[in-house]
Design a protein around this ligand. Structure first.
Ligand code: ADP
Ligand code: AMP
Length: 217
């Protein structure tokens, strides 16, 4: 199974991905997580990506496409994959089709988690992430049991440097200009399914699960 989870920054892709991958036994591949790890390790990829990420811009297509091509070719993807944060442009979506064809994989579903912009701002500025396992929390909407400590691995929580009001506004703008056209792209391929992401985490999860159960048949 290959599932794409899309939606604006802060819609809850990472939050849902954690649950969906557990339930359906899929591998969670987040291009944001891969890039942040490269930035932290100061690899050549990380050095190139950092300047774009810091200002809320998309990392150039050729870099991200190469990265995902390499990642999807690894044997651990054979059991099924959930893509979170990729593709983000029509060019990336077209490249993904070629990559999947080469690897003899099929795109089963594209789920868009839909949330209005004003809600996204408060979700992102209150987000906290585990330094160790990348689990996501929110200071008000989804707090950890112990302040600043991850429920799953006891890692320390931190605030992403791009979750400031100014950078979030830029990221939302980039989403509208560069990623929104993907909705039509996948609608035309009859793969697109939207869920209302403005509800409680468990309700959104129930909707996504129901759709994936149906897709699995
Ligand atoms: P994305 O991966 O789409 O950028 P996240 O999953 O990191 O989004 O969620 C963004 C923030 O919103 C996090 O702080 C998360 O805890 C919170 N969040 C996620 N889903 C919901 C929801 N349904 N209701 C309220 N807050 C949510
Ligand atoms: P995310 O963790 O998905 O919010 O992504 C954080 C940042 O990583 C984005 O603002 C981009 O700079 C970069 N990024 C993640 N995924 C992609 C992608 N598919 N294409 C381009 N840039 C990306």
């Amino acid at each position: 199974m290959l599932v794409i989870l899309m939606g604006p920054p802060g819609a809850g892709k990472g939050t849902q991905a954690e649950r969906v991958t557990r339930e359906f036994n899929l591998l969670h591949i987040s291009t944001g997580d891969i890039l942040r790890s490269a930035v932290k390790d100061e690899t050549s990829l990380g050095k190139k990506a950092k300047e774009y990420m810091d200002r809320g811009a998309l990392v150039p297509d050729e870099i991200v496409i190469g990265m995902i091509r390499e990642r999807l070719a690894k044997p651990d993807c054979a059991g099924g994959v959930l893509l979170d944060g990729f593709p983000r442009t029509v060019e990336q979506a077209e490249a993904l089709e070629h990559v999947l064809k080469d690897l003899q994989l099929k795109n089963d579903a594209v789920i868009n988690v839909d949330v209005a912009a004003d809600e996204l701002l408060s979700r992102l500025t209150g987000r906290r992430v585990c330094r160790n396992c990348s689990s996501t929390y929110h200071i008000k909407f989804n707090p950890p049991r112990v302040r600043n400590i991850c429920d799953h691995c006891s890692g320390e929580l931190y605030q992403r440097s791009d979750d400031t009001v100014e950078t979030v506004k830029e990221r939302l703008d980039v989403y509208s200009r560069q990623t929104l056209p993907l909705i039509e792209f996948y609608q035309r391929k009859n793969l697109y399914h939207a869920v209302d992401g403005a509800r409680a985490i468990d309700e959104v999860f129930a909707d996504i699960s129901a759709h994936l159960q149906k897709t699995k048949g």
